[in-house]
Design a protein around this ligand. Structure first.
Ligand code: UDP
Ligand code: MG
Length: 350
């Protein structure tokens, strides 16, 4: 039963997906690949559906590519999309979603923090008729206090800024139906916050709760600095609230200026000569900083408009493994591919 705030949808029960796609973006994950490979192989064994595993190598600088290419050589269901450089998790995930051909698509991290067993539950919800089934974390045992706090603050802040319906404690671990993915793929913006975009797409959505395990190996690719940048991208690509905040800041600075002016006039009438320098400096610096903050925030938006106006592809694919030409995504603006050395299924420039 949807909550009173949710759009009421009538669920249409479905059959088990004929093909299930797992999309796994990877950046410097050489240490986790053996664990991932074992877990995915085990998972595929008892799945009653045709499956494909789409691994996106997001410009790793370690042996990730060699290891996933080995995996693809041993297992035809594993498809590798090797990007020309590091584009970041959100774009790598977008590339993987573009190549997915399944009726149901699950986006997971390479580090097995999101247990594969939860996918069975997601598929069960998909069969009930949900188009988006997101994993919601109940516990994060393997993460330090600070990471937990920053994640907690991040989700609450995003809810305030991006969309108040954005589910909290929910990462990118989710199942999407083909219909929902088709909608998502029409959104080709450069600055991407996939969770917000999925919330925007709509359709019946629900959560499955799970315990987020610690990383099996390697280190997080989302340190605090990247997390802050990600939060800023999410905030500015989804909302104009920062612009409104700058107006409020400007108004507060203006009030302070009025207060200082009144004080100066009162002092003048009372015949007290105000030395004035200090208060003047205070007002000037507060006004200056408010103006600069305002311009800076506007500048961020202008920068985003500039980048969108260039209309660049979101990512470039340098090479693929086990991808047939029929499975190439062919939407315009998806990816202008680079031509380089021969690959298993190498394509020329579009
Ligand atoms: N990742 C990526 N490109 C990047 C950074 C990360 O593809 O530039 C991948 C990474 O390999 C992992 C997933 O995104 O599969 C999530 O990253 P991570 O586990 O480091 O984030 P955390 O779980 O710590 O937030
Ligand atoms: Mg992780």
């Amino acid at each position: 039963m949807p909550s009173p705030e949710q759009v009421y949808h009538l669920l249409r029960p479905r059959l088990h997906p004929i093909r299930l796609s797992l999309v796994i973006p990877m950046y410097n994950e050489e240490a986790t690949i053996p664990f991932l490979r074992a877990a995915v192989t085990e998972f595929l064994r008892d799945l009653p559906a045709e499956t494909e595993v789409i691994v996106v190598n997001d410009g790793s600088t370690d042996a990730t590519l060699v290891k996933v290419a080995d995996w693809a050589a041993d297992e035809a269901r594993v498809k590798v999309i090797h990007l020309s450089r590091n584009f970041g998790h959100q774009l790598a995930a977008t590339a993987g979603l573009d190549y997915a051909t399944g009726d149901a698509i699950v986006l997971i991290d390479a580090d097995l923090q999101d247990p594969l067993s939860v996918i069975h539950e997601m598929v069960a919800r998909y069969r009930q008729g949900y188009d988006v089934v997101y994993g919601q974390r109940e516990a994060r045992p393997g993460e330090g206090g600070f990471k937990r706090f920053s994640a907690w603050a991040f989700y609450r802040l995003m809810r305030t800024i991006v969309d108040r319906h954005l589910p909290v404690d929910t990462g990118d671990f989710r199942l999407l139906s083909r219909e929902c993915l088709d909608g998502l793929q029409q959104m080709r913006e450069q600055h991407r916050f996939l969770r917000g975009m999925v919330a925007w797409v709509g359709y019946p959505q629900c959560a499955v709760k799970y315990r987020r395990d610690p990383r099996v190996a390697g280190r997080t690719k989302y340190p605090l600095s990247k997390m802050l940048r990600f939060a800023w991208t999410a905030a500015t690509s989804f909302s104009t609230l920062p612009l409104q905040i700058s107006i409020v800041l400007g108004m507060l600075a203006g009030l302070l200026g009025i207060e200082e002016a009144v004080r100066a006039v009162v002092a003048l009438l009372a015949g007290r000569t105000v030395p004035g320098w200090t208060s003047l400096m205070v007002v000037i610096s507060i006004l200056g900083s408010a103006v600069l903050i305002g311009i800076g925030i506007v500048g961020q938006y202008v920068g985003k408009i500039y980048e969108e106006s260039k209309g660049r592809p979101l990512y470039l694919v340098a090479r693929t493994f086990n991808v047939s030409s029929a499975e190439e995504p062919n939407r315009s603006g998806t990816a202008a591919r680079t031509a380089d050395c021969a690959g298993d299924s190498h394509r020329g420039r579009e």
